[in-house]
Design a protein around this ligand. Structure first.
Ligand code: M6R
Length: 607
């Protein structure tokens, strides 16, 4: 939710900020702006995508060696030029960019207005700039420190002032912020890819910390003014991972990267018959054996990976699993004790509700295991341990490769628990491990010829509504298929357990409502075929995802997307691929921006 970037050094600042913002646009894209310090503070802001700002800056008439930039996802105040960041104080002497939400902004704003401050926007952010103005007494760092002590909520901010042109002050609470170290230049950003083109040496700022960033270095201090020595870490990602590399969109590129994402995620986790989980020293064998219940908490696509997790952990490790949408879990007073393990799944590691659930669980004595794609993200830092997915940066807002790697990670966790608790014969674990290792090849095969999916997309791209059905492991696949379609093509879609259809959704069925059915081979296959018959009897088209070699399905379905056979529980991975592609192809035909769907943002760091 909103991306921020800052630069101080010897180079022309505008191109550095724009390049950084391009890499952060996935976080929000309703408006963008920059502030450049060059004696005065010059601000340029534009409504709409970053391109508008970039075009406005084409003439290069904004020199300066210090600056901050922002790409916005509106929370307070509609998308407009006035509400775009950076914001200033009354004098225009300072500028600020902010990611997060100031919860007490109304009270603060009223107080500031009563003391004569004039507001130019509807944003919560602007209160911070006026607070800093009020506190400023010749020391920007101290003014920022005093200001943030008055705000409630979440923030990552970067502030520049005309009075102290040799520094940027940054601070964070519950919104991510990284510092990049260069030679005679330094950087600030919401996320590592924004600065990868400039440096690979990164420091992660922690909650309640401030940073004073100059050309010569960075100084980190706690809110209580203690100096912090923080390790610098080296980013190994390939810079190209954050580029389109010839693909039309990031989403398509990321769909095609799925075999590698799965392979990297399971690599070295199966060694000589042993399932190995790094970063899990908190999960000693005794603790694993004592676990009485597991909660999985997550949002959106990660929640669908969690549903797969519930099935396999219960079936393989025989531990009862409750699964919760994180925004519900945090407020529902769940029954947790010290023998509860909470698994928090979040590709970004920054989702506000998942982070809050993790904190809630730990406060109640549970151990928390994170599953995340982002090293050093908030969730990974607060969890007792993390299973990293190694999908590489995912830029498209719609999660694709991170989902399949989350599933791969969760399969690994379930097998680990089964092995330690001895709930499965070793021979079965070996078979599943070997099938898991085969999945990258099988998924690659699915990406070679997508002509049937394209044809199907052409036939149904004008439909107003879709139903997605599945049973067992097919339910999360159906739910994910529906989510992908609605979020990138804006077609209404619902994902349902097929057995529930006759309890309501069947009323929606008519010729113009296609039904996508996950009908891969498994112990409920016959039941799924019966559900397909019920759909056909209502005259709806049926699009089936079926197992290679299943000829019978052709009698029942209008389109069949075949996927290679694998063990029933693992089939969620191959089955979801054609549904991602169907959503992608329909969205493209409808002319939608698949990488940046309307109203969405990649990283939901607000509640
Ligand atoms: O970063 P997270 O995995 O915590 O994000 C959770 C959801 O916001 C996310 O999965 C969202 O539903 C996807 N972008 C949908 O494609």
């Amino acid at each position: 939710m909103c991306g921020i970037v800052g630069y101080i050094g010897q180079r022309d600042t505008v191109p550095i900020l724009i390049n950084g913002l391009k890499r952060l646009e996935y976080r929000g894209y309703d408006s963008a702006g920059i502030a450049i310090l060059n004696g005065e503070i010059s601000i340029v802001r534009r409504l709409g995508k970053l391109k508008g700002l970039e075009d406005a800056l084409l003439d290069g008439a904004l020199p300066g060696l210090v600056g901050i930039g922002h790409t916005r996802w509106a929370t307070h105040g509609r998308p407009s030029e006035e509400n775009a960041h950076p914001h200033t104080d009354c004098s225009g002497d300072l500028a600020i960019v902010h990611n997060g939400i100031i919860e007490n902004f109304l009270a603060l704003r009223e107080g500031l207005q009563s003391r004569g401050h004039i507001f130019k926007s509807e944003t919560d952010t602007e209160v911070i700039s006026h607070l800093i103005e009020e506190k400023y007494d010749g020391n920007l760092l101290e003014a920022v420190r005093a200001a943030i002590q008055e705000v409630k909520g979440s923030f990552a901010i970067a502030v520049i002032s005309r009075h102290e042109p040799d520094r940027i002050i940054a601070a964070r609470k519950d919104s991510p912020l990284v510092l990049g170290l260069g030679n005679g230049e330094n950087f600030i950003a919401s996320d590592i890819p924004a600065i990868l083109g400039c440096t690979r040496s990164v420091i992660l700022l922690d909650n309640d910390e401030l940073a004073e960033v100059t050309c010569d270095g960075v100084r980190i201090l706690t809110i209580d003014d203690l100096v912090v020595e923080r390790e610098v870490f080296n980013v190994h990602w390939d810079d190209e991972a954050a580029e389109k590399c010839g693909y039309e969109d990031f989403m398509l590129k990321e769909i095609y990267e799925q075999p590698v994402a799965i392979r990297e995620t399971i690599r070295s986790r199966f060694q000589d018959g042993k399932v190995v989980l790094e970063n899990s020293s908190h999960l000693t064998d005794d603790i694993v054996k004592a676990v009485g219940k597991i909660f999985i908490v997550a949002c959106g696509t990660s929640y669908h990976a969690g549903l797969v997790g519930k099935s396999v952990i219960e079936n393989w490790a025989r531990i009862p699993v409750e699964i919760d949408i994180a925004s519900e879990f945090r407020y529902r007073n769940p029954v947790i004790d010290k023998n509860t393990l909470v698994v928090a799944i979040s590709q970004s590691g920054e989702t506000a509700d998942t982070l809050a659930s993790l904190r809630e669980a730990r406060a109640r004595g549970a151990k928390v295991m994170a599953v995340s794609n982002v090293v050093g993200s908030s969730i990974t830092r607060e969890a007792d341990g993390t299973i990293y997915t190694h999908a590489g940066p995912e830029i498209g807002v719609a999660a694709t490769k991170t989902l399949v790697s989350q599933m791969a990670a969760i399969y690994t966790l379930a097998l680990y628990l089964a092995q330690v608790r001895d709930t499965m014969p070793q021979a079965e674990i070996d078979v599943l491990a070997s099938e898991l290792k085969d999945l990258p090849k099988k998924v690659s095969g699915l990406l070679v010829d997508i002509a049937t999916i394209e044809e199907c997309a052409r036939e149904f791209s004008d439909c107003k509504s879709f139903l997605f059905l599945g049973r067992g492991i097919g339910v999360p696949v159906a739910m994910e298929g529906a989510l992908k379609l609605k979020e990138i093509s804006y077609i209404h879609a619902e994902g349902y357990a097929a057995g529930e259809m006759k309890h309501g959704p069947i009323a929606l069925l008519e010729r113009s409502v296609p039904v996508v059915v996950v009908a891969t081979k498994g112990h409920t296959y016959e039941k799924v075929i019966s559900n397909i018959q019920e759909v056909k009897a209502r005259d709806s088209y049926v699009i089936a995802v079926a197992t290679e070699g299943d000829e019978e399905i052709k009698q029942h379905a209008d389109y069949v997307f075949y996927v290679p056979e694998t063990s029933e529980f693992l089939s969620a991975i191959p089955a979801v691929i054609p549904l991602q592609l169907l959503a992608y192809c329909i969205a493209k035909i409808r002319g939608c921006n698949v990488d940046q769907p309307r109203n969405l943002a990649k990283s939901v760091t607000v509640e």
